[in-house]
Design a protein around this ligand. Structure first.
Ligand code: NAD
Length: 426
């Protein structure tokens, strides 16, 4: 199913559990603004190359747009639209004062030098400068973008506007107005959601077993946090391979191997596998492992109608955006697999982005402890409220999270004047 059709499916499922006005539905099914831009970049060899970039503002009824910028060769405008819609629902589900937006550039950043990457990032801001701003739409990092790139973007916005406005971008380096805790916030938030819900979802093992697909910013960190908290991380994967050890992986060692040699597999030298009771799998095999917790943290469409039947996990926590398709959701529900949706599980990143934006605008600087406490409170509350809503409605957690989000967006749209204010010729 194309990503954009997902949107209608998700909204329609939630509509059975929430009463929203026709205006809310009409506005929510269409992006407010869609821009595609050309970004000419002077390459190191002197040639000029043009990259295609996008920025989509899906909805800003609850506040300025908020959403990351993705650098990936497969970025398309439809993907950016779907991600912007999910951001709208995520911010509302967590009650953050933001709408939803997203950006992307079709590029393989691994093929650019650092200087080319900088020119591309500054070029992106040149192209979208009229569309972003602390009160309009606030970008952040996503796949293959990072604090360094956010710092360049903020600096370029300063050059264009001749104003220092750190709140234009979040996920910046600490030295440029970034927040404590931002770099690990997505995984920190996911950890609180998992720890809050795992018992409620019927997993009572003392050391629940975990498989993590994708060992990047979010995946490596959530594997580390769970390992440190006594969960048994039995498998992790990157795009090349998966490593699996039934007694549990030495996650810090896998992390060192990934950072040092670029692959999770390199944690094992010849002869190690047998000694450690471990094996190397094809990355796709990780999805089918018999574990308590499966954590997709790579890209969209990891679990589809084609492989959902293979899933043997008891719970799936979506750290990636959109890893389970609507068709796969139905199959997993039939198999009694609880899916905790992305718009709750990975909302820690945007929550600390909000903290960063608040600090930038107030001139305050919060300590790491303050940020961690605020994040924990927010994530635990959201997980409990959404779980309670799902239990009382007898619905899937995803449906409850969307119902929760749509209700809040609906309140904002109605407050601005909707059919109930102006309708029926009254
Ligand atoms: P990243 O680029 O740092 O990591 C992605 C990882 O996935 C890499 O290790 C890559 O090798 C791996 N991968 C790609 N294809 C794979 C496959 N088929 N099988 C196994 N591994 C595969 O990206 P990230 O920032 O960690 O983001 C991952 C996901 O989490 C994305 O969906 C992103 O939108 C979502 N997310 C990230 C954040 C954040 O703050 N980083 C916040 C919210 C959501």
């Amino acid at each position: 199913m194309p990503l954009l059709d997902d949107i209608r499916t998700r909204v329609e499922a939630a509509l059975e559990h929430v009463d929203i006005s026709p205006d809310t539905l009409e506005l929510l099914l269409h992006p407010k603004a869609v821009h595609t831009v050309s970004i000419p970049v002077r390459m190191d060899d002197g040639s000029l190359r043009t990259f295609e970039g996008h920025r989509v503002l899906w909805n800003d009824s609850r506040g300025p747009g908020k959403g990351g910028i993705r650098y990936h060769p497969d970025v398309t405008i439809d993907e950016v639209k779907a991600l912007a819609f999910w951001m709208t629902c995520k911010c509302a589900a967590l009650d953050l004062p933001f709408g939803g937006a997203k950006g992307g550039v079709a590029v393989d950043p691994k093929k650019l030098s650092k200087l080319e990457l900088q020119r591309l990032s500054r070029g992106y801001v040149d192209a979208v400068a009229d569309l972003i701003g602390p009160d309009v739409d606030v970008p952040a990092p996503d796949v293959y973008t990072n604090p360094m790139i956010m710092g360049w973007m903020m600096d370029q916005y300063r050059t264009i506007t001749r104003r220092i406005q750190p709140g234009v971008v979040t996920g910046k380096p600490l030295s440029m107005g970034g927040s404590q805790g931002r770099s690990t916030a997505t995984a920190d938030g996911a950890f609180h959601v998992i720890d809050t819900l795992i018992g409620k979802l019927g997993v009572d093992a003392e050391a629940p077993t975990v498989a993590v697909q994708g060992f990047g910013n979010a995946g490596a960190q959530i594997a580390t946090l769970l390992h440190e908290a006594g969960y048994r991380v039995v498998a992790v994967s990157d795009s090349r391979s998966a490593v699996h050890a039934e007694d549990g992986l030495d996650v810090p060692a896998v992390r060192r191997a990934k950072e040092g040699n670029g692959s999770v597999e390199s944690v094992y030298s010849e002869g190690d596998l047998e000694r450690c009771g471990a094996d190397v799998l094809d990355p796709d095999e990780l999805i089918a492992l018999d574990v308590d917790i499966l954590i997709p943290s790579a890209l969209e469409n990891a679990i589809t109608a084609d492989n959902a039947d293979d899933v043997r996990a008891r719970t799936v926590f979506e750290v990636a955006n959109g890893p389970v398709t609507p068709e796969a959701d139905e199959i997993l529900a039939r198999k009694d697999v609880a899916v905790v949706p992305d718009i709750l599980t990975n909302a820690g990143g945007v929550t600390v982005s909000w903290f960063e934006w608040v600090q930038n605008r107030s001139g305050l600087v919060w300590s790491a402890e303050e940020v961690a406490d605020k994040l924990r409170g927010r994530m635990v509350d959201a997980a409990e409220v959404i779980h309670a809503r799902a239990s009382s409605a007898g619905s899937a957690l995803r449906v409850a999270a969307y119902a929760h989000a749509l209700e809040r967006i609906g309140e904002a749209i109605d407050a601005q004047g909707s059919v109930s204010t102006f309708g029926a010729g009254e």
